[in-house]
Design a binder for this molecule. Structure first.
Ligand code: ZN
Ligand code: ZN
Ligand code: ZN
Ligand code: ZN
Length: 332
């Protein structure tokens, strides 16, 4: 393909590829924690970092990372102390970031035009140095995102449960927002700071329509992410459009197409024959009655492995094996 012959397009496509992998990988935790707009807010904070870099004549990415990570930690500490529940503190921080960025870039004599390549992405201007920084940041985000998946998933799904399991919930929460902040800055050349949140959230939403289970959704979201970022980067080369906008529109198209599929598979699942149950011949395992309602209703189509066990059926769920039993459940 002729487009691969241009070095600037090679860099653009590599940057797009890295963003497409990373943004949904951290986005899945953000969606899980129902903080879908966190990325958008952090994008606004990062603008202050870019403005600061323009004003001082430094490279924008390191400043954007530093300011965005600092903002993310402040947001998370406010949230943990229950001070950010009214949203006003967050709004002030986020719009303050935007205003400060525009102000500082104005002082630098560059105005909104210099900022706009970071707001909406500017893939074709990615330099070799940018690409090196993006590559290092991508590894820094991906290693803990994949390596600590079980712990981070537990913390983002159910904080109380994770705490009872002895996980350092506050630390993991800070880790998630710091990784989100790094991802936002990494994506500013690709989709831009104003649209980055869409790339963190929309491929995850599409993946959740297409597959069931955390790891399947994680992998599918990354595949959707890479397809739309690389597709958008190539498309914008031919159509001469801003890449960030095309990438986000493509992601939304995939999400809309995943909708009827989701309805189709959930219908097929309902009429599918029940999975053969595993039979457990060791019927003497002791049961411990847990005097709480079980958060999830197990049944033949809930996809947790079912084990026929004496006069009842146990389900394997979050590493436990138990049976629902009226207003409590029995744990082995
Ligand atoms: Zn179940
Ligand atoms: Zn049992
Ligand atoms: Zn269960
Ligand atoms: Zn019981």
């Amino acid at each position: 393909m002729e487009i691969l012959a241009y070095p600037f397009m090679q860099r653009a496509l590599l940057a797009a590829l890295l963003t497409g992998i990373i943004a949904p990988a951290i986005g899945i935790y953000i969606v899980q924690r129902r903080l879908s707009l966190l990325g958008d807010g952090l994008g606004h904070v990062a603008i202050a970092g870019v403005g600061l870099a323009l004003m001082t004549g430094q490279a924008p990415i390191p400043w954007a990372v530093a300011v965005c990570v600092a903002g993310a930690v402040v947001v998370e500490i406010l949230r943990q102390q229950g001070k950010a529940t009214g949203d006003v503190g967050l709004a002030i921080l986020f719009y303050g970031g935007l205003a400060a960025g525009v102000l500082m870039s104005g002082i630098a004599g560059q105005g909104a035009a210099a900022l706009s390549q970071y707001l909406f992405g500017s893939l074709t201007t990615v330099t070799a140095a940018d690409l090196a920084v993006i590559g290092v940041l991508a590894v820094l985000v991906l290693v803990p995102t994949l390596g600590l998946a079980p712990q981070v998933f537990a913390v983002s799904t159910d904080e109380e449960f994770a705490r009872t399991q002895g996980l350092r919930v506050r630390l993991y929460n800070i880790l998630i927002v710091v990784l989100a902040a790094v991802t936002v800055t990494l994506a500013m050349r690709t989709v831009g700071l104003l649209l980055v949140s869409a790339l963190m959230v929309v491929p995850v939403a599409a993946a959740q329509n297409l597959v069931r289970g955390f790891y399947a959704a994680l992998i599918t979201a990354m595949v959707v992410g890479v397809s739309v970022t690389v597709g958008g980067a190539m498309g914008s080369f031919y159509l001469d459009t801003p890449p960030g906008a095309l990438i986000v529109v493509l992601a939304i198209v995939v999400f809309v197409l995943s909708w009827p599929y989701s309805a189709l598979i959930s219908k097929r699942r309902r009429v599918a024959p029940v999975l053969p149950e595993l039979v457990d011949d060791e019927t003497l395992l002791p049961h411990v009655a847990v005097p709480e309602a079980h958060p999830h209703k197990h049944g033949p189509d809930c996809e947790h492995p079912a084990i026929r066990h004496g006069d009842h059926t146990d389900y394997v769920h979050e590493g436990h094996r138990h049976a629902q039993h009226g207003d409590h459940y029995d744990e082995h």
